[in-house]
Design a protein. Structure first.
Lengths: 357, 164
């Protein structure tokens, strides 16, 4: 079964913990020169693009010995799991024909075929690390380009179905955990300020800015008129500013009414240890506070990594994955609670004498 | 509050600031879905912004890309283009939009190596053509013949080379 691949990977192995910035992603949009973009392509043309791309991708380092699948072969649950892991987009998961994805063995690289554009090349990394992630995405892109002809214009750059992606075709983003800014009600101000700089803020799955778990995806909005390194540098400066603002917000929350925050964290810990029915959004909010407690040093570091892993595993698709079959929402809430109780049963009391992060 | 596109009740309120200019839009659930607002990755700013430029020349209204069949109406509605050739056909209506959408209107990023090679050859051909024209004008036929041979050689080389 395709999802066995994820089940084995998701057990035990947690990403390296990193406060505030969870992960970095670079996505490049590319199209083949001779074919209409997927939205305009005939069924036969889409099929031709798919086989041409799949053949080319499997030869490119680091996608050799990769997993490549056509979306038609996947169950709805498999697709949902790939979306929850940010390996494919919601749009591709709903594609009715000739969609494909190629994943590197460590899942750090994924290339979607026949999404909005013929190719969506994506590289993911832990923490805030644009240098490494961009380098890999650039190499992967060059490797693919050595066998496929891209649609490119010397003035407009890489040609994409939507003109908002023209030029570099690059969307660089970082997933950030910003509970301090959310609790101090400063997130709207931050969103407003960074929008002025051509930078977008979205929720974990892009569904709006009041994201559960206080997790936000922050990315460049503009793709034309600047080089890739210039876009990344500008984004990086903004992100460092947001990190600074988040730290200040946390300090202020502690100074103003530390006991209220500690009470909140401790109740979240209690809930995760004792719940019997829990929805994913409530679980995310509690996990966010556990992550914050680890940042403050109230809980050992390993609980930050556990919270990061559980952010994914409490998602509806992953709960069903661990059950081994599709299940109803009510039953999911019960199973989710069981998993959380089991994972957090040994979590100690908060160590309030610890140094603040 | 009414939807910007139809008369239904607006439930989605979008504010975007692009290059310091605020664009506000109120949409109903259906139009928001249609415009891709609920999935910001695919937000079709082109179609949203077109409300700010409602007057389109009669000439552009009948624009159609012969290569893929995309019409100007399609582009206005969905904010997407259909193929590489669309970028030539719709450039007059696209360029004013790009200015507000991006940091600039010229690509300053990565250039794919294949197109770089092609570009150099194209540029070389242009230079040779210009010199040939000049030589003919100057009635320097010996030089013109030389240049014509070079041009021919270069052109056969590119057309016989494997595609791309």
């Amino acid at each position: 079964m395709f999802h066995d691949l994820f089940f084995s990977k998701s057990k035990g192995k947690s990403p390296k913990p990193c406060p505030i910035a969870l992960s970095t992603r670079v996505r490049l949009a590319r199209n083949l020169s001779e074919f209409p973009f997927p939205g305009r392509a005939q069924s036969g043309q889409k099929k031709a693009v798919l086989s041409k791309c799949m053949e080319a991708l499997e030869k490119v380092h680091p996608l050799q010995s990769c997993t490549s699948v056509e979306l038609d072969e996947l169950s709805e649950l498999d697709r949902q799991i790939l979306v929850e892991r940010h390996l494919i987009s919601l749009e591709l998961s709903q594609s009715d024909e000739s969609g494909g994805v190629v994943l590197s063995n460590d899942h750090s690289c994924s290339v979607m075929v026949n999404e909005e554009d013929h190719l969506r090349i994506q590289v993911l990394g832990n923490g805030l690390d644009f240098k490494k992630v961009w380098k890999l995405a650039d190499e992967l892109d060059s490797g693919i380009e050595s066998t496929l002809d891209y649609a490119f214009d010397s003035q407009l750059g890489f040609l994409t179905a939507c003109p908002t992606n023209l030029g570099t075709g690059m969307r660089a983003s970082v997933m950030m955990h910003l509970p301090g800014l959310v609790m101090s009600k400063n997130m709207d101000k931050v969103i407003n300020a960074v929008n002025h700089l051509g930078i977008a803020v979205r929720g974990l799955f892009g569904e709006g800015s009041d994201a559960s778990g206080s997790i936000f995806q922050i990315s460049n909005q503009q793709t034309l008129g600047e080089s890739e390194p210039a876009i990344i540098e500008r984004l990086q400066t903004t992100l460092e500013n947001i990190v600074h603002q988040e730290r200040m917000a946390r300090e202020k929350l502690m100074e103003d009414d530390g006991m209220r925050l500690i009470d909140k964290i401790s109740r979240a810990a209690g809930c995760l240890k004792t719940c019997y029915l829990i929805q994913s959004s409530e679980a995310m909010d509690h996990l966010s506070l556990i992550r914050l407690a680890a940042d403050f040093g109230y809980l050992p570091e390993k609980f930050r990594a556990l919270a990061d892993r559980m952010f994914i595993e409490v998602q509806p698709g992953h709960v069903q994955l661990s059950a081994g079959q599709p299940i109803e929402p009510g039953e999911r809430d019960r199973l989710r609670a069981t998993t959380l109780r089991k994972e957090f049963v040994r979590m100690p009391q908060l160590n309030l004498d610890a140094q603040v992060d | 509050m009414k939807c910007h596109h139809c008369d239904s009740q607006a439930t989605v309120h979008l504010t975007q600031i692009i290059n310091g200019q605020m664009h506000k839009m109120d949409l109903c659930e259906v139009c928001a879905q249609e415009k891709g607002v609920t999935n910001p990755d695919n937000l079709s700013i082109g179609s949203l912004l077109q409300e700010n430029h409602p007057k389109v020349d009669a000439g552009t209204a009948s624009m159609t890309c012969e290569s893929c069949g995309t019409t100007h109406q399609d582009f206005k509605k969905g904010g997407r283009l259909g193929c590489e050739a669309c970028y030539h056909v719709f450039r007059p209506v696209l360029e004013p939009l790009l200015d507000g959408m991006h940091a600039g209107i010229n690509h300053l990023g990565k250039v794919p190596s294949r197109s770089l090679r092609k570009k150099t050859v194209d540029e070389e051909v242009d230079v040779l053509r210009m010199n040939l024209k000049k030589a003919v004008e100057e009635e320097n036929y010996e030089k013109a013949a030389e240049l014509r041979d070079c041009l021919k050689k270069l052109q056969t080389k590119t057309s016989s080379a494997p595609k791309g």
